[in-house]
Design a binder for this molecule. Structure first.
Ligand SMILES: *Cc1c(COP(=O)(O)O)cnc(C)c1O
Length: 353
């Protein structure tokens, strides 16, 4: 079965071997304060920096999910309020979640085909964090690195936080253009769910230290203090950390992954645009995601395409949120190989030309 679901998505086939290796190496029952764990974490952090191009002075943390990162940002870095820029379900959910913890948090929606209008944003006084979803998995749009640069230049004081769940490990993110980046591993990392990577600028850590919120088990200051010794505040998902390390060892540098994925995305978009029955949800090429593609159509038709694909051994991603019924989604993630897209294209040309 080919799986184009954008999360949980196809895992690297090597994961099968890594699981056995983890068991055989005895890694599954090592103590998380012991030497072996610390060694593994040191190597993992080094590999993340090297393979994903994370700056040396940025801090790397591990949490259990992207949702947990939303929580950490609201609890530990938002004494007053955060501003959420969103055009889809994940960005909006993040806003709703933050509001429940800090009621003054507020959102600013933008259109599906719209580029975030940095200079004209209604940023209120005392905004601690500006929150952006880099790749909106629900509708296949993305916020460019250039837009992040504009936000950074325009609003100097608030931290800039970026949900990169559907792009980290796929696209060459410019980490210096924001303060906080996070992603769970069941999307572009091609691993089973239950782990997330959080990357923080020096400024973020200064902020966390100054606020010194220690009321939560996942308080950022605890995480920071523990990670100074390559440890975690609580017993972590050692298996997934191990899988992440093995997977990164086998990967090429992100610059090359990015080139490959972007080209493949452009090819897919070009192909879909040529197919009369396939209508892209996002019309503006400038904001189209390189890692999640969304195709729209009448509800009945979408259902039929998914059913027929299924019959041919192809899982397409369901739509999500307000686009649940009227779209299907195609993940363009590194674990999916080119030949699988050839099969998908053949399926579409054969049945929907
Ligand atoms: C999948 C996804 C999430 C949720 O990830 P969890 O690991 O389930 O918390 C958050 N944001 C975006 C953009 C996503 O694609």
């Amino acid at each position: 079965m080919l799986n184009f679901y954008p999360g949980p998505s196809k895992v690297y086939p090597e994961v099968r071997d890594y699981l056995t290796m983890a068991y055989d190496e005895g890694i599954l029952s090592i103590p998380h304060r012991g030497e072996r764990f610390v060694l593994m974490m040191r190597e993992l952090v080094g590999l993340l920096r090297l393979k994903l191009n994370i700056p040396q002075d940025y801090y790397i943390f591990f949490t259990s999910s992207a949702t947990e990162c939303w929580e950490i940002i609201a609890q530990n870095l938002t004494p007053n309020k955060s501003l959420h820029l969103y055009n889809g379900s994940f960005g909006e959910k993040w806003c709703e979640y933050a509001k429940r913890l800090k009621p003054d948090c507020y959102g600013q929606a933008f259109g599906l085909d719209e580029v975030v209008d940095a200079p004209n944003l209604p940023v209120e006084e005392d905004t601690d964090v500006i929150c952006v979803t880099q790749t909106e998995t629900s509708n296949g749009t993305q916020v460019s690195m250039n837009t992040l640069l504009k936000l950074q230049n325009q609003f100097k004081d608030p931290l800039l936080a970026v949900d990169a769940t559907s792009s980290m490990a796929g696209l060459n993110l410019k980490f210096i253009r924001a303060d906080i980046w996070f992603a769970s591993v069941q999307k572009c990392f091609g691993l089973p769910a239950g782990l997330a990577v959080m990357v923080c600028s020096p400024r973020t850590i200064q902020r966390a230290k100054a606020l010194n919120d220690r009321r939560h088990y996942n308080s950022l200051v605890f995480m920071y203090e523990k990670m100074l010794n390559y440890q975690t505040a609580y017993t972590p998902n050692v298996l997934n950390l191990y899988l992440l390390k093995k997977m990164l060892e086998a990967r090429v540098l992100i610059k090359n992954v990015d080139q490959h994925l972007v080209q493949r995305a452009l090819d897919l978009y070009a192909f879909l645009e040529e197919e009369p029955q396939m209508q892209l949800l996002v019309e503006n090429p400038e904001v189209r995601s390189h890692t999640v593609l969304a195709v729209k159509g009448p509800d009945k038709w979408v259902q039929e395409v998914k059913r027929q694909a299924n019959g041919q051994g192809i899982t397409l991603g369901n739509g999500y949120g307000q686009w649940a019924k009227g779209t299907f989604r195609i993940a363009n993630f590194p674990a999916i190989v080119d030949s699988e897209y050839d099969t998908l294209r053949d399926f579409i040309s054969t049945h929907y030309h």
